[in-house]
Design a protein around this ligand. Sequence first.
Ligand code: SF4
Length: 87
Amino acid sequence: MMRSPASWDSESDWRVHALCVGEDPELFFPVTETDAATARARAVCRRCPVLRPCRDWAVRHGETDGVWGATTASQRRAIRRAILLDR
Ligand code: SF4
């Protein structure tokens, strides 16, 4: 069974405030990353008090699957590319 993003082992305490704990993990790991498939997970994320640290963690660690901090894997790849180009 998949775990929701915030139930993964932690290196910081932002996960204790995660709204996705208790949500269906499949919401956060849809088969496709279309707007329709990720909408419910992103709606949870937008209400989450730790959206920013979650998204930053996923970008920093190169998370290649799932919705983290209201972003899809493609969006995080774009963020990483933009950060690298900005250096
Ligand atoms: S931003 Fe989304 S994925 Fe991250 S902890 Fe909050 S609800 Fe979970």
